[in-house]
Ligand binder design. Structure first.
Ligand code: ARG
Length: 560
């Protein structure tokens, strides 16, 4: 349609000397003649000082004969494309990279996800960063970008002291302490610290500081604890990521940036870009960006904080990877923080564009029917528990068919991932198992099943010899052809704003069209000519649906 839009823009320019660049088409309902419609003639009627129907006629006279045009109603231009033309277009454009483009060629992006924290087991709080981050990487790559992914681990020192103190009190052994023990130890010790503070005592708090100092001084015992805790945490994080089928190229955590961050603070302090408060803490003023809350970049006791590490990280990335774009996949709670961080980056001359890809929370409906942020009786919901539950549900839904464990995993994670994209990422998502795992409706399994069905047809017809279908008219396949033809435009049109949910909408539309198609159209039972034409198209549909789902990180099971 892009070509047609340009032709119309040119026709309007030559006929009326009007610059009308925003020519929009909408799809027309099935009962009206034509496939697409534009109201551009009505929009320019005032400026051209003519009746819109007449304008529509005049524009049509200037357009070629690739399409059939009609004037409808008060001045709509309806466009009808012949199915055969659509098929030829798809045949011409189709290759093993169909849907991808080179617009990002030569550009590099760093996509940061899931950025989990070391002290705690992986919870559903880091589900969306991983899912959205992975899809962002895929979409940028499909648009020709070079993408480097980075798990910006939350591994700074403070929790470490809490861990050691709690660990020593717990009486557990370093050899068999698990991530769940560590998570619980962390929660319990934090609570003990709070209780202590309420009584105006600080015995435990002092011990925590003691251990932090020991770690900084590379005391062998402290290093031993730190290494063991980190190994346990990392193994756990990697296991969960593997189950989710996501991974990153880099794993540079906050601790990596603490020292360089402090050095940068001194540098900008000396240059007068930062200011020191009376208590010794350091801030960066951001008034010139309309932000009246300065950013705290160093604590009063001289230690680094979140912003200190992110400051160094921006420069490290600029120097080492020269990215054009950095995408931070982090929830909406940190919106203001990233506004401040990016403004500070501008102030200090960070060259790359920074983008905070934020999203809402994962909500659940409570037994009382109230919608709230997902939690369990024990507090946070662990991602592993959610995955176990998802697999159990899938096993039950498919209890009649023998599915491999790997297929169960693909369906379970596919359902969860897909649900992340059913609405614009800015809205919270409602974790409703009845919808997420359903085989009908706007769900991952529904789309996966549509593709499994295509593959089964192809599999059954492996040995079918193609016959010439050049005079087959593809009339029964029109809706499907229109949908397959718009895939490349979809991929290129959503990259600017990273509108990943539009891919899910597309998958759903395509899956629905395929279902309607099978209902009406015999494939295996058809005559040879029709059969080969339809198999040709089924092959393309399989490619496109699998590719679109792959952009969302959704895998296709062997069987369903
Ligand atoms: N670990 C942080 C959290 O869980 C997210 C890190 C985001 N990335 C960053 N560069 N600040 O909240």
């Amino acid at each position: 349609m892009d070509k047609l839009k340009t032709q119309i823009t040119e026709a309007i320019k030559s006929l009326y000397d009007i610059d009308e660049t925003a020519v929009e088409f909408s799809e027309v309902p099935a009962d009206i003649a034509g496939d697409y419609s534009t109201n551009v003639a009505m929009r320019i009627a005032k400026r051209a000082q003519k009746n819109p129907r007449q304008i529509a006629e005049e524009i049509i006279a200037k357009l070629g004969d690739d399409y059939t045009f009609t004037v409808a109603g008060p001045g709509f231009i309806n466009v009808e494309i012949s199915s055969k033309k659509l098929q030829e277009k798809l045949a011409n454009e189709f290759n093993e990279n169909y849907g991808c483009n080179e617009s990002g060629k030569g550009k590099t992006a760093i996509v940061e996800f899931p950025s989990t924290n070391m002290a705690k087991p992986y919870s559903v709080g880091h589900l969306r960063p991983g899912t959205q981050g992975w899809a962002t990487k895929k979409l940028l790559e499909a648009n020709g970008w070079k993408v480097i992914t980075d798990n910006h681990l939350g591994d700074t020192g403070t929790p470490f002291g809490v861990w050691v103190v709690g660990f020593l009190r717990s009486g557990k052994s370093l050899d068999d302490v698990t991530i769940y023990d560590l998570g619980q130890i962390y929660i319990d010790t934090k609570k003990a610290l709070k209780d202590e503070a309420a009584e105006e005592k600080h015995e435990l708090a002092d011990e925590v500081q003691e251990w932090l100092k020991k770690l900084e001084a590379k005391d062998p015992e402290a290093v031993k604890y730190s290494e063991r805790f980190n190994t346990i945490s990392l193994n756990h994080i990697h296991n969960v990521m593997k189950r989710m089928a996501i991974s990153t190229d880099l794993e540079l955590g906050e601790s990596f940036y603490a020292e360089p961050g402090k050095a940068l603070v001194q540098k900008y302090l000396a240059e007068g870009k930062f200011e020191q408060n009376d208590d010794g803490s350091v801030i960066c003023r951001l008034d010139e960006f309309g932000i009246d809350v300065p950013m705290l970049v160093l604590k009063s006791n001289g230690t680094a904080l979140y912003a200190t590490t992110d400051l160094a990280c921006m420069f490290y990335r600029a120097e080492n990877y020269k990215p054009d774009l950095v995408v931070y996949c982090v929830g909406a709670e940190q919106k203001f923080y990233f506004e401040q961080l990016f403004a500070m980056g501008k102030k200090l001359g960070v060259p790359q564009e920074n983008f905070h890809l934020w999203f809402g929370t994962i909500d659940q409906v409570t037994e009382e029917g109230k919608r709230e942020k997902m939690s369990s009786r024990k507090g946070v919901v662990l991602l592993e528990a959610m995955l176990d539950d998802a697999e159990a549900r899938v096993r039950e839904n498919f209890s009649g068919s023998e599915l491999s464990d790997e297929d169960i995993r693909k369906i379970a994670t596919g359902a969860i991932k897909f649900s992340d994209f059913v609405a614009d990422r800015k809205t919270g998502i409602l974790y409703d198992p009845n919808k997420i795992f359903a085989l009908t409706g706007f769900s991952g399994p529904f789309c996966q099943y549509a593709d499994v069905r295509l593959r089964r047809i192809l599999e059954k017809n492996k040995d079918f010899v193609r016959v010439d279908f050049s005079d087959y008219d593809f009339e029964a396949e029109k809706e499907l052809l229109i949908c397959l033809n718009k895939f490349p435009e979809l991929v290129s049109s959503i990259v600017e704003k990273l509108e990943l949910h539009k891919i899910a909408g597309y998958c759903f539309e395509l899956a629905q069209i395929l279902n309607r198609y099978y209902e009406k159209t015999p494939i295996i039972q058809a005559d040879d000519k029709e059969r080969s034409a339809r198999l040709w198209l089924v092959e393309k549909a399989d490619y496109v649906l699998a590719k679109a789902l792959d952009l969302l990180g959704v895998e296709i099971p062997e069987k369903m």
